[in-house]
Structure formats: C-alpha cells, structure tokens
Design a protein. Structure first.
Length: 89
C-alpha cells in the first residue's frame, strides 16, 4: 500500500531483474490501466512519471478547457476598464 493525501498517492514497488515494476491495483483501477495497455514514462529531470497513454489524444483532450475563463477576454476587459479610467481622469 502507499501513502495517500488528498490527490497524491505515494507507493513503493520493486524493480525486477528484467526491469519490470508492478503498478498497485488501486492505481490501475483509478486510471483504467488494463493488461496490455500502454504507459508513457516521462523523465522530468530527476523524477520519473508514469502517464497512461491516451488512445486518441486529440479526441480525449477535446473540451478540457471548456468553461474556463478566457485569458484573452480577461485582458481585453481589463484594458477597456483602464481606458475608461484614463478618459475620466
């Protein structure tokens, strides 16, 4: 088992002589990792990350930013307010 805090889970596993590791069952279920599924290993420069590979990254990312505030719109609104203050001053 591992240490869990909010969204962070820390687990320890042993690397076999063949370089194999076992991903704990609770994490495989949580991230829908099935036998034969692919995992990407990301080297973050001193830290390795295991990231489930997406079958269709473009389709699965679609809508990920929906409902978020547009930074462009927020900047334009702020500029309008600044111009309005400058005009009345």
């Amino acid at each position: 088992m591992g240490i869990t805090s909010n969204e962070t889970t820390v687990s320890t596993t042993t690397v076999s002589a063949k370089g194999w590791i076992v991903i704990p069952a609770n994490l495989r279920r949580k991230y829908h990792i099935e036998p034969g599924g692919q995992i990407r290993i990301v080297d973050y420069g001193g830290t390795l990350g295991l990231v489930p590979a997406l079958e269709d990254p473009i389709r699965e990312a679609r809508g990920a930013l929906a409902g978020k505030t547009s930074l462009t719109q927020a900047l334009l609104e702020e500029r309008r307010r600044e111009r309005s203050r400058s005009a009345t001053a």
